[in-house]
Design a protein around this ligand. Sequence first.
Ligand code: HEM
Length: 145
Amino acid sequence: MFGVATGAVADALISPSPTSSARHSAPGSRASPERPYAHAVSIVKINAITVPRERFDEFAERFASRAGRVSSADGFEAFELLRPNDDREVCLVMTQWRSEEDFRAWVSGPDFAAGHSQHREAGPVGTASELWSFDVLEREESAGA
Ligand code: HEM
């Protein structure tokens, strides 16, 4: 059984922090022993949801009719829904944020609950989910984009 985070569950979902040494901290950055690479850069939070292939369409439809409130959250930078085009069954909900604090505020607030109302009311489409967390170290985009 797995559900979508609210309240204390949200805390459990978002609290684990990466561990590594503080050796690489840059001066003037937001780095800490827990987040040694945390310069003033964005963070990426990916919810990796295992979805049985026969429910892929249903999963996509839920997102097509989602609340869409995440984009107005403070510190929100980007959202992408990624569906595998190989034989994997893990769909990725990629979100990018200005900071960890902005992400936590969204998860704890009403917009997150609104964005997951179908999940709450109609049950999960996926069979498992895992939250992945990254600092953006570098980004490059096509000059012609
Ligand atoms: C048990 C954990 C979770 C599951 C199974 C899940 C699944 C889903 C599903 C099926 C939807 C489509 C709408 C709906 O069904 O209500 C949705 C919306 C969404 N999910 Fe999750 N989710 C979970 C937690 C998270 C987390 C931790 C994030 C952060 C990366 C996230 C990011 C999003 C976003 C951005 C939307 C669209 C919301 C909007 O447009 O306002 N989800 N999620």
